[in-house]
Design a protein around this ligand. Structure first.
Ligand code: GLC
Length: 717
């Protein structure tokens, strides 16, 4: 799509070359500038102090959407921009445009890249129909520390799964949805010390290349049009000024052909980092590192032409940056069709889009606990009292998640409304108990209301404003008033089904002892209520597997399953081993974990050989039978983990290498086969060579990352 191996992109570049040849230096730099559409920057009537106007002085606009609005800006662009170059609009369309899908972290728990591609295709179509050319998504930062609020926007802690999701998102957005995507935030933004947003990290090249870069490479391989640099520094160099990263690695090693946009004011922030003297120095360092387009303001307009004349920025590099931007515009078709039909509703909230939103949501839920209380089969609850309590029961905003770009709460199906619809023969008794404040005044009333119920559904969690950008937390417990409500409800001695809506894993170790079931619904989007009812009623058996570890305590973070062994791996039997003396080691709920209403048994697991030749392309097959041994139809995700037992650098105790999601009816048995190739075992080693090192490996076929029941040894020879 936006790569040189796409003939249409090559053709677009040729047209761009023709236009570039007519541009002055200043006119070129305009194309490397982006303004926020919401301020006056672009209004020709708005005069700057020196009487000039910014109209026509940028090549793209941030946060502009809506056909009429976009067309209004485009009219200004064509009139005021030299050579009438149209603008493109970039928006944070992260997990939905009008139809809001579950947050990306939830989507990843489906373990269904094909479904995710379909989801992003719908998001792209809706956005494109409303004038959005470019989305600042997918965010593919591998998340290992849930104190960082932006884990909500990514695909969890596993590099391989993040890569699969990244590829699906780019193909969905670009090939199916018709918008240009953006890989962000490049790179290791999620590794900020202390889980603190915008903080830096010290990291080896091996960790960077083995853990954090592969999902971005997946985006390049999928033909992504743009990258966004991250705010943070790595080893003392801010990403926005890191030429090794943005040019040598991104273009040299990874083969990226598109253009890089700064994250917001990251180039100006080089001054705060203590990496640039002043604005001009920042502009020079950001641009020379490889930030083609400045997301905000006139730093490039003000200084790049001067820096070129001083010989401190090369005009050849400017030409290449402008070529990339113009080629993207030609490839997007904005030269031929600069305006957007303003009668297209983009199928907003169409039945098909809502059906997909519902499907994604219900498949994203993770059943963490269940003593058999779930499902609440409606027939069994005819004439019975079902209590519904908690601030998320009737909520229509928070359940949309932290980047619900064009929030449309009126279209949200709340949990309460859907329960009333689905359990029309039961007596639904609602009492909020607590709201989003820290009040406790209504807890006793809620307990009285619930006292007569046969079962209680409690919808608790973390508000969407508590996750996403700049929401790092040191305490991932439920709010105190919610914990008090739950404690009082538990004293009623009724079965409690706990629904948790959150943008990250919360601390559930104590809570899980006082409830009958926990269904983690993340932020399910527009179809929240219907999806919850599908699962709670048993119409759909939960199939989500968590893609991020649930820690025992907030202080246990960062924790992730694919950690290193250490010389004293925690076994729980020794005194002197790598552990905490006051908290269990490991995860309360591990990566890959999720219950169903049924059970699945693995049998006849086998590997085709215990040796793989160390030549590229060599592989072995892993086969097994999966049987549904319970009373409900359902899905299982068979996971294949590998350990490289000895390496030239230490290797993770486990790494997910393959997964297969299978459906089976009660009693049905399915054959599953996975191919593990020598290339799957490759990594960046001590000498920074990308290779698979000969030697011993372990392999597990598992229900989750803690499951070691089916283990094989094999060798790379
Ligand atoms: C924000 C975010 C980034 C977003 C950009 C534009 O600071 O870090 O993810 O795309 O600015 O809104």
């Amino acid at each position: 799509m936006f790569t040189l191996n796409d003939p249409k992109y090559r053709e677009a570049r040729e047209k761009a070359k023709e236009l570039l040849s007519k541009m002055t230096l200043e006119e070129k730099v305009i194309q490397l500038t982006q303004y926020i559409g919401t301020d006056n920057s672009y209004n020709p009537e708005h005069k700057e102090k020196d009487g000039s106007t910014n109209a026509g002085r940028c090549g793209s606009l941030l946060a502009v959407c809506g056909a009429a609005t976009v067309n209004g800006f485009q009219k200004i662009a064509l009139e005021y921009t030299p050579h009438s170059v149209p603008v493109i609009t970039g928006c944070d369309v992260i997990h939905g445009y009008r139809t809001t899908m579950p947050i990306p972290l939830a989507l990843s728990c489906t373990f269904e890249p094909d479904l995710i591609r379909k989801c992003y295709g719908i998001i792209g179509k809706e956005a494109a129909s409303d004038g959005v050319h470019w989305v600042y998504a997918p965010m593919v930062d591998v998340a290992r520390d849930s104190r960082w609020g932006r884990v909500a926007e990514g695909y969890g802690e596993d590099t391989y799964l993040c890569s699969e999701m990244a590829s699906a998102a780019v193909h969905g957005f670009q090939d199916d949805g018709g918008v240009m995507a953006c890989m962000k935030h490049f790179v290791a933004y999620s590794a900020g010390e202390g889980g603190r947003d915008y903080n830096g990290c010290e990291m080896s090249m091996q960790t960077l290349f083995n853990t954090f870069i592969p999902p971005f490479q997946a985006g390049v391989d999928a033909g992504v049009g743009t990258f966004m640099n991250a705010f943070n520094e790595i080893n003392g160099v801010p990403c926005a000024a890191n030429r090794t990263l943005l040019t040598d690695i991104l273009r040299g090693k990874m083969g990226f052909d598109g253009f890089v946009v700064s994250d917001y004011d990251a180039v100006m922030e080089l001054i705060n980092h203590g990496f640039a003297e002043d604005e001009k120095d920042a502009a020079m360092k950001g641009y020379n590192a490889g930030v083609d387009v400045l997301m905000l303001g006139n730093l490039y307009n003000n200084y790049l032409p001067e820096l070129v004349r001083e010989g401190r920025v090369s005009e050849e590099q400017i030409d290449e940056s402008v070529l990339r931007v113009l080629a993207a515009k030609y490839r997007l078709g904005v030269f031929d069709s600069p305006f957007v039909p303003d009668d297209s509703d983009g199928e907003f909230f169409s039945d098909e889009h809502l059906k997909t939103a519902r499907e994604c949501a219900r498949r994203s839920f993770v059943l963490l606990e269940n003593d058999g209380t779930l499902p609440l089969i409606p027939e069994k609850y005819k004439g019975k009292k079902i209590g519904v309590v908690g601030p998320y029961a009737d909520d229509r905003i928070s359940v949309l998640g932290c980047w619900a770009s064009i929030m449309t709460p009126s279209r949200t199906v709340s949990i309460l409304s859907a329960l009333k619809e689905r359990y029309s023969d039961s007596d639904i008794i609602f009492s909020e108990g607590v709201d989003f404040s820290d009040g406790i005044e209504n807890i006793e009333k809620a307990c009285c209301d619930m006292a007569e119920c046969d079962v209680i559904i409690a919808a608790l969690g973390e508000h969407s404003s508590q996750s996403g950008e700049a929401t790092s937390k040191t305490n991932l417990e439920l709010p105190e008033n919610q914990k008090l409500l739950l404690e009082r409800l538990a004293s009623l001695g009724k079965p409690i089904v706990l629904l948790v809506s959150a943008g990250r894993p919360l601390i559930l170790d104590k809570i899980r002892k006082s409830v009958s079931a926990i269904l983690y619904i993340w932020a399910p989007g527009t179809e929240a209520g219907h999806a919850v009812c599908d699962v709670v009623s048993g119409d759909f058996s939960p199939s989500g597997k968590t893609t991020i570890s649930f820690p025992y305590t907030s202080a246990s973070l960062p924790y992730y399953y694919n950690h290193k062994s250490t010389g004293r791996p925690a076994s729980g039997e020794m005194t002197f081993e790598s552990k905490y003396i006051d908290t269990p080691i490991g995860a309360l709920y591990p990566f890959g974990y999720g219950m169903s209403y049924t059970t699945f048994e693995y049998s006849d697991a086998a590997i085709s050989s215990d040796k793989i030749k160390a030549e590229s392309g060599e592989s072995i097959n892993v086969t097994l039978k999966v049987k549904n041994t319970g009373g409900f139809e359902g899905y299982d995700v068979v996971q294949l983990y590998v350990r490289d037992v000895v390496g030239s650098i230490t290797r993770p105790v486990k790494e997910l290498k393959k997964f297969v999601k299978v459906h089976a009816a009660p009693g049905e048995e399915k054959e599953v086969s996975m191919t593990l190739s020598r290339d799957d075992l490759a990594f960046w080693n001590a000498d920074m060579e990308y290779t698979a090192e000969k030697g011993r490996f372990k392999l597990w076929v598992a229900h989750d990352s803690d499951d070691n029941n089916i283990e094989f040894d094999f060798e790379l020879v």
